[in-house]
Design a binder for this molecule. Structure first.
Ligand code: GN1
Ligand code: MG
Length: 338
């Protein structure tokens, strides 16, 4: 670490890991000249860290020119001016630390509305930025056709014992394949637009701040999957992570309950910035966004469980199955809102 710190010219007083996110490793760094976030990019998942670096820099330059007051996690260059460091086979980058806190579940509707405004605001502030100039940092990341295909392979070629043990979950996901068909029709519709999309709007990727007892969401973080995409991705991951009082890790399915008032708050917060942007066909798929992402996440967790946890890893035996069952329950509860 000391060698990386010296590339940035930092005199580090202290540093500590931040245990959030399933993919990258993140550290909070205190120096004489300010606080930073240092993050290593998981190179097994993100094959081209350069693409991430270029995307974030392209957006950063655009915002500095067109909207300098927008709170954005700009990259910090090394003394050599590099915003991406390749050191001993690993890739690192640093951000100015935005003072705020992340939440993994939300307690109230104000938080939901605030978070939705931040994600909608992100797409909206970049509405004149040409989304197609962004590189795909994970190709087919939210391609539900492909995710279903990967699942179909895993239920045949995966861990045989796990396939037998998860018959009920497999049947549920097969029985709900209609979500894949809706997706295919959605993306080919002429009134559906690709915009700058965050693609990882889980609720811990918004920072909050409290001033005089008033809590506000102030900024979105974790920009590795910012690419051209569909609004259902961002709406969907918010639905997946902020309507329920427990996270995807919860084993007690009785606690997986969806709050209708929070859904209303999400819709209100998102439309505050995006109302005029969405076509009426897109608007009609607002609720579907939640089904799309919860279903896809259940597919991805079960696929990984059947493939012996090669993607997400597992801190205990069966963790990805727990997550799958949690997401299936969440989808069932979500559908009761309709
Ligand atoms: C991963 O790394 P993190 O925790 O932000 C995953 C998301 C999943 C999420 C589930 C690159 O996000 O797609 O929704 O886990 N990111 C990647 O918790 O696969
Ligand atoms: Mg992420």
């Amino acid at each position: 670490m000391q060698e990386i710190f010296s590339l940035y010219g930092w005199k580090v007083n202290s540093y500590a890991p931040i245990h959030q996110g399933l993919i990258n490793s993140t550290y909070s760094i205190q120096t004489n000249t300010g606080n930073y976030i240092l993050q290593s990019i998981n190179h097994n998942v993100f094959k081209s860290p350069t693409a991430i670096d270029e995307n974030i820099n392209a957006i950063s330059s655009y915002l500095q020119k067109n909207n300098p007051s927008y709170l954005f996690t700009h990259l910090v260059p090394t003394l050599n001016g590099d915003t991406l460091v390749n050191w001993e086979g690993g890739y690192y980058r640093a951000f100015h630390k935005v003072e705020g806190y992340a939440l993994s579940v939300l307690d109230n509707e104000n938080q939901v509305e605030q978070a939705a405004m931040q994600f909608a605001g992100f797409t909206s502030v970049l509405k004149n930025f040409e989304a197609s100039q962004l590189k795909d940092t994970l190709s087919d990341f939210h391609n539900l056709n492909l995710r279903y295909h990967q699942f179909s392979e895993a239920i045949v070629k995966g861990n045989a014992q796990r396939i037998t043990e998860t018959k009920a979950a497999i049947s549920f996901l097969v029985a709900h394949k209609k979500y894949v068909d809706i997706y295919a029709a959605f993306i080919h519709h002429t009134d559906v637009k690709k915009r700058v999309t965050h693609h990882d709007t889980k609720i811990s990727n918004v920072l909050f701040q409290k001033n005089n007892g008033i809590e506000k969401a102030i900024c979105v973080i974790d920009l590795d999957t910012v690419m051209a995409g569909y609004f259902i991705s961002d709406i969907g991951d918010m639905c997946r992570t902020c309507l329920c009082k427990v996270s995807e890790e919860e084993k007690d399915l009785n606690k997986v309950v969806v709050d209708a008032a929070k859904w209303k708050a999400l819709e209100k917060g998102y439309l505050y910035f995006m109302q005029d942007e969405l076509s009426s066909f897109e608007r009609d798929h607002f609720f579907y966004g939640g089904q799309f992402m919860i279903y896809m996440q259940a597919l991805r967790f079960l696929t990984d469980h059947l493939n012996n946890d090669i993607y997400y890893g597992a801190k205990y035996e069966g963790q990805n199955l727990v997550r799958t069952l949690n997401q299936i329950r969440l989808l069932e509860q979500y559908n009761k809102l309709n």
